[in-house]
Ligand binder design. Sequence first.
Ligand SMILES: *Cc1c(COP(=O)(O)O)cnc(C)c1O
Length: 368
Amino acid sequence: MINFLNLKTINNQYEQELKDACARVIDSGWYIMGQELESFENEFASYCGIKHAIGVANGLDALILVIRAWKELGKIKEGDEVIVPANTYIASVLAITENNLIPVFVEPDPITYNLSVENVRLAISEKTKIILPVHLYGLISPMPELMEIAKEFDLLVLEDCAQAHGASISGKKAGTWGDAAGFSFYPGKNLGALGDAGAITTNDDELAEAIRAIRNYGSKIKYENLYTGVNSRLDEIQAAMLRVKLNYLDAETKRRQDIANRYRSEITNKIIQLPQWKDDANHVFHLFVIQIENRNEFQQYLSNHGIQTVIHYPIPPHKQKAYKQWEGVSLPLTEKMHEQVLSLPIDPTMNDEDVLTIIEKINGYKYK
Ligand SMILES: *Cc1c(COP(=O)(O)O)cnc(C)c1O
């Protein structure tokens, strides 16, 4: 069986270092908001090329807390509109609705799966305050164009970088283009902790200071509360795990890219629609997503041949039961994508033999 993702194999590569880091935290006697977190925040900020990184409990909280802080700072208010891709993981949308702002769904660029610059322009209204680009599957959104629109209409930009650690355009990394960004370090992400974790990046001192307080009960000085904050801190243990894994992120990304390049050049079955990317867009391949018309039959075929695949995602946010208010909304491009997408294994620890097996099985597939 070729698994979609082998977390155990991935983490076993660094077993001794991870265990040493764990021991260091246990021995320190200090488990929350300590030296490991501070060091990880500095190291991750420096990796991204940005002033502030602020550790939080998970990727969803990272997005929620940026919007929350902008409300506290008076930059936006409830009822304002946020432009968001319709074809995203629900977390991007939850961050908006949790803050009582209004998501405005836009259809993607069908080639890149990312925000379409034209559709963003069409979606802007008097009430628009934020653009929330999601760097889906590891490909960075067209940030130069989006930042230009944001400037023209005086909008804030919040990047959802949960799938795009290290992706870049002309060397400028995801998480440094917008006013702020949210990262997830969920175990299956390109930079994964051994539990839940997330971070916010920004160059804005005032925003960083507000978020640092809000994530910790709204407090800067213990028992003095400036905001009705939350408890969303990144534990010392997870910060220590992330410090180890950050050192290997670029090597793992390189392996993901090598596998993706092989898929691109060696999958020749015309039934399969391969993802497209320009080589200068540093696609970090969190996922390698193809499209195919009879997706479920194809997935079963691969499964019969011992290849595990996953669908990202089967139901778009606006069709979820949680969001009954958009039941009648029709976004045909997004809905069609959700019916056709399939993610192939792109585990950095997968060997060349497995990659070849996957390619051969895909090339051998025919419609019934
Ligand atoms: C994983 C993910 C999130 C949420 O991250 P968690 O750490 O699971 O809360 C947000 N947005 C996108 C696009 C994601 O893939």
